[in-house]
Ligand binder design. Structure first.
Ligand SMILES: [Zn+2]
Length: 235
């Protein structure tokens, strides 16, 4: 039990290395179970443990029958949820998320404003329309960070978009865990939507300084609401 996971982890790392250096060809069959056991010179038990590790990492999956180990595309959701839970376990403070969100999202807002095209304008307007249509439900459905994610995507930086998303989810979830919700949901939805509409207007008009100013004001408001939420203490 002490040796097996370590060897399996090494085999998993070798499989992942091969996938990366070969250009991450989704759907490619890396080999059948007997082929790969032969190649890595490990027992079937070790190989199966390695296959479970790469499956858990979302990089390949064992297809039963004649298939073998097949390269897959990682799933963003498989990353976001554990990361958000990890930060919740660490009792990340509103000040900590605000500090990072401000850096990332002010940068994203500037880049999105500079690079905005017709498709981007359409997507931003669709999100505002959806918020309007859902009203308070957009808060209850935990959708208030979607506008932030879209702006980060428009900045054309997927690293930024991922961290904006995880920190947005974190703030949303920590507010939702407060009982009762820190302010009347209808008020929260109206304030959030109004702030989002003002940010989008500045982004579309191409005014970087104004868009950033409005985003900062909005992030400040989120941090203040989160700061008012008492976190449960760990026993
Ligand atoms: Zn917002």
């Amino acid at each position: 039990m002490t040796e097996r996971p370590r060897l399996a982890e090494q085999v998993a790392a070798l499989i992942e290395h091969d996938i990366i250096v070969n250009g991450w060809q989704v759907g490619k069959i890396l080999g059948s179970e007997p082929d790969l056991i032969e190649r890595f010179q490990v027992s079937r038990a070790v190989f199966r443990e390695a296959a479970r590790i790469v499956e858990h990492h979302n990089v390949a999956t064992m297809r039963r029958g004649p298939g073998g180990l097949v390269v897959t595309a990682p799933d963003e959701r498989a990353v976001l949820r554990p990361l958000s839970l990890y930060f919740q376990y660490g009792r990340v403070s509103p000040e900590e998320t605000f500090a990072v969100r401000a850096v990332l999202e002010l940068e994203a807002t500037a880049a999105a404003t500079r690079h905005l095209d017709v498709d981007g304008i359409t997507r931003l307007r669709e999100i505002l329309a959806q918020e309007e249509e859902l009203g308070p439900d957009h808060i209850l459905l935990k959708g208030s960070h979607l506008l932030h994610v879209e702006i980060a995507k428009l900045a054309k930086n997927q690293v930024m978009a991922l961290f904006v998303e995880v920190l947005g989810i974190l703030d949303v979830e920590m507010m939702h865990e407060a009982d009762p919700y820190p302010l009347p949901v209808a008020d929260a939805a109206a304030a959030s939507h109004k702030a989002h509409a003002a940010i989008v207007e500045a982004v579309i008009s191409g005014d970087v300084a104004l868009a950033q100013h409005r985003m900062r004001t909005h992030l400040n408001a989120i941090a203040r609401i989160r700061a008012a939420v008492a976190q449960p203490t760990r026993p």
